[in-house]
Design a protein around this ligand. Structure first.
Ligand SMILES: CC(C)(COP(=O)(O)OP(=O)(O)OC[C@H]1O[C@@H](n2cnc3c(N)ncnc32)[C@H](O)[C@@H]1OP(=O)(O)O)[C@@H](O)C(=O)NCCC(=O)NCCS
Length: 185
């Protein structure tokens, strides 16, 4: 499947809401139990964009949106601000075709360019597909948190994986790029 990647726009939110809703209802990547509506997804989108984080989509040759991905704060206390968490969701029919890899590679490129130093994957339900995806792009296993959630009648583990971006910890970050004041405590 040929896809192109581009910045997400407000007009994409109906399709993004549908893709996420399927994962919420039928999967364990997200620990939400009821799918948020389009208005809520629009508020989340605006909050992510407002902080300058990348939010991108993949669309097929017909212009149908088949997946989306973004980075956001792992935690909001300001010393964490050089660490971002990635999120990637694909329509069912688009999985297993390299699109997750393309989206994650683009997030890595953009987050590095923006000056972030680490990216973490918080893999709900220890999904083998998500672990394989992150491994394929160089993430290393940080550890497993056991029994972190209960969904679809079973306890879920969360796998944490991490990759360094740019200089990683080899130099101090440039405070001018990402002032701590941008972040809520
Ligand atoms: C997880 C997800 C984003 C992966 O994207 P994808 O496009 O299906 O994955 P890709 O086709 O790019 O494959 C990436 C790697 O993972 C492997 N992989 C993909 N699906 C797999 C599966 N079900 N089991 C094992 N490995 C799998 C591929 O072989 C590939 O490895 P390689 O490059 O070494 O060959 C996608 O399946 C998805 O949206 N799942 C539901 C939501 C979700 O779990 N999101 C992640 C939140 S952390």
């Amino acid at each position: 499947m040929h896809v192109s990647l581009r910045d997400a726009r407000p007009a994409d939110l109906a399709e993004i809401t549908d893709i996420y809703a399927d994962s919420v209802l039928n999967g364990t990547a997200s620990y939400e139990l009821s799918p948020p509506d389009e208005l809520e997804m629009a508020e989340r989108f605006a909050a992510i964009i407002a902080k300058g984080y990348p939010y991108i989509v993949a669309e097929d040759a017909e212009g149908t949106l088949v997946g989306y991905a973004y980075v956001s704060a792992f935690r909001t206390r300001p010393a964490y601000r050089w660490l971002v968490e990635d999120s990637i969701y694909l329509a069912r029919s688009a999985r297993g075709k390299g699109i997750g890899k393309a989206l994650l590679a683009e997030l890595l490129r953009r987050a590095t360019e923006l000056g972030f130093r680490q990216m973490v994957a918080v893999i709900g339900g220890a999904s083998p597909a998500s672990i394989a995806l992150h491994q394929a792009l160089g993430f290393e296993l940080s550890g497993t948190l056991k029994g972190t959630g209960f969904k679809h009648g079973r306890w879920l583990d969360t796998v944490l994986m991490q990759i360094a971006l740019g200089d990683g910890t080899a130099s101090e970050p440039d405070d001018q790029i990402y002032p701590g004041t941008l972040y809520a405590v």
